[in-house]
Design a protein around this ligand. Sequence first.
Ligand code: ZN
Ligand code: ZN
Length: 155
Amino acid sequence: MPYKDKEKAKQYRKEYYARDKGKWKQYHKEYRRKNKKVLTIKAKERYKKYKNAPGFRERVNSNQRQHYWRNPNKFRKQMRERYYNEPEKSAAKRAVFCAIRAGKLTRPDKCSNCNKLCVPDAHHPNYSEPLNVIWLCHKCHANLHLGETRGVISV
Ligand SMILES: [Zn+2]
Ligand SMILES: [Zn+2]
């Protein structure tokens, strides 16, 4: 570090990165791509360690909100891309939403796997049957999808 003064060092780093912004962006992208596995494991470990720390949830939420407000167009673009990349999934979600509004489908007040009282997610075992849903709490839903990606179906 060329400076002892913290503020100065910060300023220096900022300028240093700004000089070659595109290059650094590319570098980080490449780094993330190459080390994807390790980074995912590390992120998971970090999450496990901090998820119960006081204020963690609030911090994550506010970060997400800030991320959105800093770059709403990028965020919207991502949502749109997701929408177009997984048309079946989006259509199935929309169908559930409409069916609930029309009274054809009722969202129960608990998870059908662990019976926890909550506002459950609609899980689609098969997107081609949009109204065939399993109502799951966030935890069971996440577990189910994790299991699916590992080739184990647990509900
Ligand atoms: Zn559950
Ligand atoms: Zn699901």
